[in-house]
Structure formats: C-alpha cells, structure tokens
Design a protein around this ligand. Structure first.
Ligand code: ADP
Ligand code: ADP
Length: 237
C-alpha cells in the first residue's frame, strides 16, 4: 500500500536525515517507528506527505508516486493520509466539533472551517467519531478547555473524518502522562484495526510501541537497523 524506494533527505545544513530508506507497509498494517532523537523518524513521516521535500527516491501510495506530484495532485493524495501530531495542532478557539470537521478540508486548510458550512453527513460522522472516542458530551466545548488526552482524541477524530487509507502519527503521546499514553496508543491501534487502516506511528517510547504493534522499525542515523516483531527487539535499539 505504501512503498518507499531509496528515500533520501539531506537538509540544506548538510544533515543526512534519511539515507536511502526502503520500506513497505501493506494495507491495514500498523507499524511503530522507533529510534533515538535525531534518528530521522519525523523526517521520514514528513517526506511521505511532503511536509518535507525528499532529496531523492520514491514514495508510492497505492499506484501513485507522490514525490513528483504538483499542487492539485498532492492535495488529493494528502486526503488519503491522516496526520496526528504530538502537540495536537488543534485550533484553540474553535469547538471540538469544529476541529473535527476541519479534517474534511485537509489539514493544510483547517483554518477555513470557521467560515465553511458542512453537510449533515459530515456532522453525523463527526458525532459518531466523537462518541467512539468517548467525547460526545464535549462536542461544543472549546479545544482550549480540554485535557491533553482529550485533545489527542480530537486530533484522532479529525484525522479519521478524512477517511484516509494511511495514518501518519508523529509522537502522539510525547506530551501525555504514562496512563493516558497507553490509552491513546490503544485507541489509535483499535481504530486502525476497526477501519483496516495502515499507520506509521513515530514513537520514542519503545515499551509503549511493544505493547500495541506487531511490527517495529528501528531507525538510527537515518538508516533502518531493525525491522521485525517487537519481541525480537533487543534492548538498546
Ligand atoms: P527524529 O524525529 O528521529 O528525532 P528528525 O527527523 O527530527 O529525527 O531529525 C533527523 C536529523 O535531521 C537530525 O540530525 C536533525 O537535526 C536534522 N533535521 C531535522 N529537521 C531539520 C531541518 N529543518 N533542517 C536541518 N536539519 C534538520
Ligand atoms: P519536534 O521534535 O518537536 O518535531 P524538531 O526537532 O523537528 O521538533 O524541530 C522543530 C523545528 O526545527 C522544525 O521545523 C525542524 O524542521 C527544525 N529543525 C530541527 N532540527 C534542525 C536542525 N538541525 N537545523 C535546522 N532546523 C532544524
């Protein structure tokens, strides 16, 4: 479903963040991307949706190659990829419902939701998602009234209302306490299973990754140094 071929990113500063990454993610598979800070995890995720422009190599989503797409093609491709962020990236002064609905516009245009009306089917779907993550009663609260765990649940709903094929998840629990982190990881993995979604979850907490996923990819210095089931992982990756 997702295929990276010899993906390279060298920043203008000379940092070789990714050195010829080859990676395949089949439909419906959830994988955790682990590795120390600076290993290239964030760069890898961002090269897939081109928040960062790859230096060379190919990114295939189904039968579409993404690195050469121009703006309208790229917008269409990005709709297939839901993004979940460490710091949630909610619009604080909008309500929970408005934040979720903004996912229908794609994350690059979320601010436009203020002036946009949504069809009832989108509103119904937003309610269903909020119910599923346990936030139904919060729909009319402003985002800035929520706890961190609640905000991330909103972030999850906003990504899912896009109806993506792939979730790109960048350190979803880095700002949360351990118990909430486990709840959020469990929720993301359950929702992927329910919807047959593939996901790449960038996470530096190895123990948390091991609890919930069947495949772990370890990055170090921009290269893959481990790829397998979590129980084959030696400590120190
Ligand atoms: P991780 O997410 O695993 O912490 P990153 O992808 O953020 O790793 O970073 C990988 C490498 O690329 C690091 O050496 C980092 O300093 C460098 N890097 C990341 N973003 C930039 C940038 N915008 N400009 C230059 N170097 C960057
Ligand atoms: P986070 O880990 O919270 O995602 P980053 O480490 O990616 O934060 O850094 C935040 C910002 O700084 C990003 O825009 C990133 O691209 C940039 N950045 C990261 N490392 C470098 C670097 N070595 N040189 C220049 N910019 C960098």
């Amino acid at each position: 479903m997702l295929k990276l071929k010899k993906l390279v990113k060298t920043y203008r500063t000379g940092d070789q963040a990714l050195k010829a990454i080859d990676l395949e993610v089949p439909e419906g598979q959830v994988l955790a991307l682990i590795g120390p800070s600076g290993a290239g995890k964030s760069t890898l995720i961002r090269c897939i949706n081109r928040l960062v422009e790859p230096t060379s190599g190919e990114v295939w989503l189904g039968d579409i190659e993404l690195t050469h797409l121009k703006s309208s093609g790229l917008r269409r491709a990005r709709r297939e990829m839901g993004m979940i962020f460490q710091e949630y990236a909610l619009v604080e002064r909008l309500t929970v419902m408005e934040n979720v609905l903004s996912g229908r516009l794609g994350y690059v245009g979320f601010w436009r939701s203020l002036t946009r009306r949504f069809p009832q089917s989108d509103v119904d779907e937003a309610f269903r998602l909020l119910d599923r993550v346990g936030l139904l009663e919060m729909a009319d609260k402003r985002a800035d009234e929520l706890s961190g765990g609640q905000r991330q649940r909103v972030g999850i709903c906003r990504a899912l209302i896009q109806n993506p094929k792939l979730l790109l998840v960048d350190e979803p629990t880095a700002s949360l306490d351990p118990k909430t982190s486990r709840q959020i990881m469990r929720l993301i993995c359950e929702l992927c299973a329910e919807r047959g979604l593939a996901a790449i979850i960038n996470i530096h907490d190895v123990a948390l990754a091991q609890m919930f996923v069947q495949r772990v990819v370890g990055l170090r210095f921009g290269a893959i140094e481990f790829d397998g089931p979590p129980d084959a992982l030696v400590p120190e990756v």
